[in-house]
Ligand binder design. Structure first.
Ligand SMILES: C[S@@+](CC[C@H](N)C(=O)[O-])C[C@H]1O[C@@H](n2cnc3c(N)ncnc32)[C@H](O)[C@@H]1O
Length: 453
């Protein structure tokens, strides 16, 4: 067991620098509690029974690649699934692939591929769009720092969760169902992707030289803006002229992609390598050298500049991520909202409101089981969180779990009874306590034929 005496701040300060330098991961002061919790969780896996001793050892030693990989499997988020963020994949199909006419063959790099769903989605997309001859000459590389994720990727056997939100044709066309609910990817697609270990904190990426397209989605959001800009400069160095960089829609608005032209295609923003050399290796602000808009039919406007909220990623990262999540949710960009919720939770795991926001997004996505789980997380952290009790009650009611619904509603009413009638209920959008109590009473009366007391 790790002791619970807080780690000295000087130790956290120096370790956060090590994590930034060696793994590119961003642990500013506001996230030191997260770093500390990660160290406590990871210590036993490295043979330490005290987080203090683990932290001292990390500070005193070099971090050779095997240690970096082992640390990455504890400190990175591997969330991914097939055909995630379809707007970017549509942009690949409509804008990027038609621009790639290379007799020598097309080279793609999926950087930060986690367990492989993204790289295989790209392979499937290309398989559907290229001629047999082009497919033969296609080379898809995929990298990650987490060796456990890479092992899963190479295995190419997935559970139901990897298919959330994927098109109906995907499974029958490319997977074979196995007993126990697992799906095995067809060898034609599996064999097309070459996986390898690569740390994006490295100064250069020679293994990926000469690529036409880089997909690096939902990775840069865990790096500081400066580090993300440096990684982009590294991407630029290995891209062929006119090559493309795709990040997630949530990352694009704030990306300092110096030496790239930003291109809006439908709902996605892509970055295209320009011929001009970059102005600097570490651009000071969010400036692309140019901007081109190609809106497809029915295209939505690009996501708003997040800076307009007044929150900066530097100031309070988890708060800024929470605000971005709300903003994306308000715009109906649910996948991005979910990603920002996860980033906010990663930044402050003890904040029940982030879990509540995640539950709201999951509800919008009709993911009732996941939403209920997120609400339970919120309530574990904040047992008196009235809106979480209320929402969980409604989900349980919808799922026919009357006893559980009644319990949640009862708890919500008990908390509301302790508030003044006019008190605004947190996260309710301005509802007064008495009003919400009345709503719950009416729901209960209708659902359980109960009479108000
Ligand atoms: C949230 S997943 C994104 C997976 C996929 N790109 C997607 O969008 O679905 C982030 C991945 O970035 C990887 N990662 C984080 N830091 C990294 C680093 N310094 N070098 C390489 N990969 C890193 C993690 O191991 C994790 O698999």
């Amino acid at each position: 067991m790790s002791s619970l005496a807080p780690l000295p701040r000087a130790r956290l300060a120096s370790l956060s620098q090590c994590f930034a330098r060696r793994l590119a991961l961003h642990f500013p002061q506001e996230r030191w509690n997260d770093l500390e919790r990660g160290l406590r969780r990871a210590a036993p896996a490295f043979g330490f029974d005290r987080a203090e001793a683990f932290a001292d050892w990390l500070s005193a030693n070099d971090w050779p690649p095997p240690l970096l990989e082992a640390l990455a499997s504890h400190f990175t988020v591997g969330e991914t699934y097939f055909f995630r963020e379809p707007a970017t994949l549509d942009a690949l199909a409509q804008r990027i692939i038609p621009s790639l006419d290379r007799p020598a063959g097309i080279r793609i790099w999926c950087a930060g591929c986690s367990s492989g769903e993204e790289a295989y989605s790209l392979a499937i997309l290309f398989e559907r769009l290229l001629s047999p001859a082009q497919w033969e000459r296609l080379d898809i590389m995929a990298s990650d720092i987490n060796p456990l994720a890479l092992a899963r990727a190479r295995e190419a056997v997935y559970g139901e969760w990897s298919f959330r939100g994927t098109p109906a044709w995907l499974k029958p066309a490319y997977f074979q169902a196995r007993a126990g609910g697992a799906y095995v990817l067809s060898s034609r697609i599996r064999d097309k992707v070459r996986f390898f270990s690569l740390n994006l904190a490295d100064p250069a990426y020679p293994a990926a030289a000469g690529v036409d397209v880089i997909f690096c989605r939902n990775v840069l959001m865990y790096f500081s803006p400066d580090t993300a800009a440096r990684v982009c400069a590294g991407f630029r160095a290995v891209l062929n002229d006119g090559g493309w960089l795709a990040v997630s829609p949530a990352e694009a608005p704030n990306l300092a992609a110096d030496g790239f032209q930003s291109v809006t295609q439908g709902e996605a923003t892509l970055f295209r390598k320009g011929n001009a050399p970059p102005a600097s290796v570490l651009p000071p602000s969010i400036v692309a050298t140019g901007h081109e808009t190609v809106a497809g039919p029915g295209a939505a406007p690009p996501p708003p500049a997040v800076a307009a909220t007044g929150a900066t990623a530097d100031a309070e990262p988890d708060k800024a991520a929470g605000e971005r999540a709300r903003r994306c949710a308000d715009l109906g960009q649910l996948a991005e909202a979910r990603e920002w919720c996860l980033a906010a939770i990663a930044g402050d795991k003890l904040n029940g409101r982030h879990h509540y926001l995640l539950a709201s997004v999951e509800l919008e996505m009709n993911q009732f089981e996941a939403a209920a789980q997120s609400l339970r997380h919120a309530l574990y952290l904040e047992p008196d969180f009235v809106m979480a009790l209320f929402s969980l009650g409604r989900i349980e009611l919808a799922r026919g779990r009357a006893a559980s619904a009644r319990r949640q509603f009862g708890l919500a009413r008990a908390v509301l009874a302790g508030l003044a009638p006019g008190d605004e209920v947190a996260e309710s959008g301005g509802l007064a306590a008495a009003h919400l109590a009345e709503i719950i009473r009416v729901i209960q009366e209708g659902a359980f034929h109960e009479h108000s007391r």
